[in-house]
Design a protein around this ligand. Structure first.
Ligand SMILES: [Zn+2]
Length: 261
């Protein structure tokens, strides 16, 4: 069954972890512009984990760990309040979690990543844990910002030109749905780097990866246009994301490498 690991007793955990899929939600404490709280990625990852447990019920042998509050947010290191783990520390934390999951008898480890800036490191961690701890490892996202994925088909018409990567329309809408009291729409303003959209390759979602810091796009901290965000749109995005995540987890739960000759 799907459950939060910390609610079990030790003996129950010992039994339920055998062959289980362990899911680690990963948040962040980092600046998200003047209109969203530092906890934005944590709120979203945590809510996604809770919704997954509620929706999957008894369907899968899935054990969910407490949401990791801090992660690799050094693209926002310039901003007070951003609490980030170094690349090395984060990698060691993930390796420790993987070792404990494997020691406990789990067969699969899934990183549910709420912060896009972790994605590259998490891909590396998946392979390291596969080799070091013989786990099957996976990386899923409630929302993958365009900085880390190919442009969405509606990027040109969304009003953000595929640049809504941090505290923009989608993320703000989801927060209006999940934690409206923490959002200050009076302070939401457009901050889309129009100059970057003129590039064919060196851009978010382009064919050339580039190192960037969030204050490379101005002092506001967010990148995108949150001004049209609504709770209704956020509820729709969140429901779609949970539906996709549950489908992904169903496939993950039975995935094995086909080594038959
Ligand atoms: Zn975020």
């Amino acid at each position: 069954m799907a459950a939060f690991l910390e609610t079990l007793t030790g003996p129950d955990a010992a039994e339920q972890l055998q062959g289980a899929t362990v899911l680690l939600p990963i948040g962040a404490i980092e600046q998200h512009g003047p209109h969203l709280p530092l906890s934005t990625d944590h709120v979203i990852a945590d809510a996604a984990a809770k919704a997954i447990v509620a929706q999957l019920g008894d369907e899968l042998n899935l054990l969910v760990l407490p949401t990791l509050a801090f992660s690799k947010s050094n693209e926002h290191a310039w901003s007070a309040g951003t609490m980030w783990l170094s690349n090395d520390t984060m990698h060691r934390v993930l390796d420790d979690v993987a070792r404990c999951a494997a020691f406990s008898g789990a067969s699969r480890l899934v990183f549910l990543n709420g912060h896009g800036g972790n994605s590259t490191l998490l891909n590396v961690a998946c392979r390291e844990a596969r080799l070091a701890h013989d786990l099957l490892t996976f990386l899923v996202h409630p929302f993958l910002p365009p900085a880390y994925s190919p442009p969405r088909p509606d990027a040109a018409t969304s009003g953000e030109s595929g640049m809504g990567i941090h505290g923009g329309l989608d993320e703000t809408a989801v927060m209006l749905h999940l934690a409206p009291d923490t959002v200050d729409m009076a302070k939401a303003e457009r901050n889309v780097p129009e100059w970057l959209t003129e590039n064919e390759h060196v851009r978010f979602g382009g064919t050339v990866q580039f190192g960037w810091l969030s204050n490379d796009f101005g002092p506001q901290g967010h990148i995108g246009d949150p001004t049209n965000a609504t709770a209704t749109y956020g509820a729709e995005l969140f429901a779609n994301a949970i539906s996709v995540l549950c489908d992904q987890l169903r496939e993950i739960a039975t995935f094995t490498f086909d080594t038959a000759p």
